[in-house]
Ligand binder design. Sequence first.
Ligand code: GAL
Ligand code: CA
Ligand code: CA
Length: 243
Amino acid sequence: MCSPVENGLPGREGQDGRDGPRGEKGDPGSPGATGRMEMLDVPKEDNSSAGDPGLDGNLGPPGPPGPAGVRGLAGRDGPSRIQRDVGPQDISALWRQLEALQGQVRRLQEAFLQYKKVELYPNGRDVGQKVFKTAGFVKSFYQAEQMCSQSGGQLPSPRSTAENHALQQLVELENSGAAFLSMTDFWTEGRFTYPDGASLVYSNWAPGEPNDDSGREDCVEIISNGKWNDVPCGAKRLVICEF
Ligand code: GAL
Ligand code: CA
Ligand code: CA
């Protein structure tokens, strides 16, 4: 749209643009101040368009109250766009775009929550940022570990009562006795760790466990009462993955 020649002319107004900084300080604390900072920086980088900031400086005074939020969006889009978005029509257009985006976000949120409910029914549980989901069948620890990682997840590492309770619910739901957890004392007998090697921050061992029965129990199961027991890694247990 704007030819380099046109930009060159406003470039002279750029001297006025130096007045812009004062307007910027006039917006202490408001988002508008940030947007104006970018507007001033831009002309310095683009010689031919230095004049534009001068115009922004004039708009500065009214800017602080309402338009501030709009300017925040423009800031992301980049310098060149900010320079053009100085007219009232542009502001109105931005507001319409903002409202349209808000509507899109709202519809996405609703759709996401719907699909989340579908996904969690009946064999999934979400706790905070985590989602646990059971495959509904039993595998050895190694097979279960592989299945979870192939799906982008991992075996469950319950780090709180709430997470442990969610896993307990899935064990009860499947009526399969017990499920594998992620932790092992494979490297150092008696020292159970998460897959990343870190020590446990939470545990819920059954009385007398872990006991490394017969010296062969390096994996962990969670049973239907929520308690943990160390078992042989070759045992077959319900597969639950953590995502
Ligand atoms: C079982 C448990 C085994 C072992 C055993 C000891 O209930 O599953 O891992 O601890 O008790 O008697
Ligand atoms: Ca052990
Ligand atoms: Ca045991």
